[in-house]
Design a protein around this ligand. Structure first.
Ligand SMILES: NC(=O)c1ccc[n+]([C@@H]2O[C@H](COP(=O)([O-])OP(=O)(O)OC[C@H]3O[C@@H](n4cnc5c(N)ncnc54)[C@H](OP(=O)(O)O)[C@@H]3O)[C@@H](O)[C@H]2O)c1
Length: 304
């Protein structure tokens, strides 16, 4: 196994591991064992969110994993996210003050003094969006987060932060895979030194979220076409999952594969032993199909 150990820069002080462990659809009950196993296998980043309702279990898994591997808190990178509210769902947007309290509540559930990255989960804050971001800047200054960012923000949401004269986010966590490449957004982010973090890298797989029953935005055409990556992966002697994750890492995106299957967990971090050649990278560049599919309710980046 050739585990990826390198990191990408996030800001002057922080680096993010190239491969992290995703925990969406991991229950609070399953999280302790899953996270402990992930740390044992070599993952050094765990991604959770208030909205996943598993922060207590993730925190327990981190403590157990660190103890079992004789690691310290500084050896692990932890991300969690603010649920910003969503007026369209009858869920009032969090104010700046509530954002600070939400971060503190997440830290308590995780059993941590700080997180390495705190994100606004989606641009659903409407009139409070800028106040939420200002609160994250305050949390950074107070040492509650080592870096701060957003998720599912499009260019106009990022421009709103810039227009308010606030520090730009360190990162934007977005759906990125060969069928959702978001080149324009990535170019804007590169210009503003906002690091991309890729989620749902494994969308094209036939095994993607089948058990969670959460894949309703995946089209029939996508279901039919997913096998192409298994074909491409054969040349390198790797699985289609490894191929898709390597594509992300090779582009400079930190990736966050989620699996509860120990063999897949090992596979998903075993990405250092091969490199996708330029010709295949160029072929994939032509495969973009636009918006993502991970949110069954539609593309969150179009929300305002
Ligand atoms: N910010 C956001 O809005 C947002 C949205 C979505 C996701 N995320 C984050 O990103 C993480 C990853 O995204 P995701 O959970 O949507 O999807 P993902 O990691 O791309 O794919 C997970 C799915 O693929 C299966 N799988 C994993 N490894 C596999 C392998 N090697 N071979 C075959 N199948 C495999 C898993 O099943 P098994 O568990 O059965 O292996 C699961 O059904 C999330 O867990 C979360 O932390 C963030």
């Amino acid at each position: 196994m050739t585990t990826i150990q390198y990191t990408f820069p996030l800001n002057e002080r922080t680096e993010i591991p190239a491969v992290g462990f995703g925990t969406y659809l991991v229950s609070n009950e399953a999280a302790p064992a899953a996270v402990q196993a992930a740390i044992g296998i070599g993952y050094r980043h765990v991604d959770t969110a208030a909205g996943y309702q598993n922060e207590e279990g993730v925190g327990a898994g981190i403590r157990a994993g660190l103890a079992a591997s004789a690691l310290a808190r500084e050896d692990i990178f932890v991300t969690t996210k603010l649920w910003p509210g969503n007026p369209a769902w009858g869920d009032p947007p969090k104010t700046g003050e509530q954002t600070i309290a939400e971060c503190q509540a997440s830290l308590e559930r995780l059993g941590l003094d700080y997180v390495d990255l705190y994100l606004i989960h989606a641009p659903y804050g409407g009139p409070e969006r800028v106040a939420q971001w200002q609160a994250l800047v305050d949390l950074l200054r107070a040492g509650k987060a080592r870096s701060i960012g957003v998720s599912n923000f499009n260019r106009s949401h990022l421009e709103e932060i810039k227009a308010a004269g606030l520090t730009m986010p360190d990162a934007n966590q977005i759906e990125l895979h060969p069928w959702s490449q978001k080149q324009d957004l990535l170019a804007y982010m590169a210009d503003h030194r906002i690091a991309p973090i890729a989620y749902s890298s494994l969308v094209p797989l036939s095994t993607w979220r089948v058990e969670g029953g959460q894949d309703s935005a995946k089209t029939e055409e996508m279901r039919r076409d997913g096998g192409i990556f298994a074909e491409m992966a054969k040349k390198y002697g790797v699985t289609d999952a490894q191929f898709l994750l390597r594509w992300g890492v090779q582009n400079g995106y930190a990736v966050l594969p989620k699996s509860l299957n120990p063999e897949r967990m090992r596979q998903n971090i075993d990405l250092a032993g091969f490199k996708i050649d330029d010709e295949d990278m160029a072929t994939i560049r032509t495969m973009d199909r636009g918006d993502g599919v991970a949110w069954a309710t539609g593309d969150p980046s179009t929300a305002v």
